[in-house]
Ligand binder design. Structure first.
Ligand code: ATP
Length: 266
């Protein structure tokens, strides 16, 4: 770890007063910049984060009722799954590494590195972040990503035979839409975390959690723990009664009503 950057982050933490309304958000940005300097995050990842921040603003920067419902459906689906896999990119690893490892352990889902801007150095860097956070194994690094998803043309087509290739459920976040569409075409189910309810990923996923990834992962793990003792029938009932399109509509309605209320209050 670059100690000069640690000093910079430390001083920024101390420079921003606790009362600053955007302190958390600024520290998250700082962390992403730090991870960009290590090579785990690409500059394009910072732009994707900015798009997410904008939607988070509109959503009130909290987990809303529709997101709680999709988290519940996602927990049910993960518990019903025979082979779930968590697909990890640079932003995911930078934003919530420990939380991802905890989720992975709780649902027995391997962590697999899958990148649009792929090179072995980045794969290793991301794997290192996850291992430092407690992961005992990380798939999709180097020759482990030896299988190919024919439907995809980007570097994300390279997957592990022990991971995404054989998974029935894939948990992912901060993706563009092509891969989600390809995975669904292959008959897999996708749980996506995306702050933008209008993205192609959000539209194509089996379950979209319209919320910030940082808030979602620990909440999802907690929900899995709470639902662990439910019967398969009960879990099926929860998953079957969830409708992704309806949930996305609710999130859009929420944003629109919130904006109208805010406009009235100005
Ligand atoms: P699509 O191809 O699916 O329409 P896109 O082109 O917008 O998506 P990207 O540019 O890769 O895809 O953006 C990634 C997505 O991740 C964006 O929709 C953005 O809102 C979302 N996002 C960014 N940061 C977060 C976050 N912290 N939590 C959840 N979602 C996020």
């Amino acid at each position: 770890m670059d100690s000069s950057h640690d000093i910079k982050v430390w001083s920024i933490r101390n420079l921003i007063p606790d009362t600053h309304p955007r302190k958390d958000s600024l520290l998250v940005r700082e962390n992403l910049v730090k991870q960009m300097e290590t090579g785990a995050v690409v500059p394009q990842g910072l732009i994707a984060h900015g798009r997410g921040e904008c939607f988070d603003y509109l959503l009130g920067e909290r987990t809303n009722a529709f997101a709680e419902r999709s988290i519940e459906a996602a927990a049910a689906l993960l518990l019903l799954s025979s082979y779930p896999v968590i697909s990890v990119n640079g932003n995911m690893a930078a934003l919530a590494p420990k939380e991802l490892v905890e989720l992975s352990k709780e649902v027995h889902a391997p962590l697999e590195v899958n990148l649009f801007y792929r090179n072995e150095e980045r794969e290793k860097k991301i794997s290192e972040i996850l291992r430092d956070a407690g992961a005992s194994e990380v798939l999709g690094v180097g020759t482990d990503a030896s299988e190919t998803i024919q439907e995809l043309f980007s570097e994300r087509r390279k997957v592990s035979s022990r991971g995404i290739y054989k998974a029935d459920i894939i948990f992912l976040a901060m993706e563009d839409g092509d891969r989600t569409e390809a995975l669904i075409k292959l008959g897999k189910k996708v749980i996506a975390v995306d702050l933008n309810p209008l993205s192609r990923t959000s539209m194509a996923a089996s379950i979209t959690i319209v919320d910030n990834f940082i808030r979602v992962v620990p909440k999802l793990t907690t929900r899995v723990k709470e639902m662990k003792n439910m019967s398969k029938d009960e879990l099926q009932r929860i998953f079957q009664s969830f409708n992704n399109k309806d949930n996305l509509k609710e999130s859009l309605k929420f944003i629109s009503e919130r904006m109208s209320q805010l406009a009235l209050s100005l």
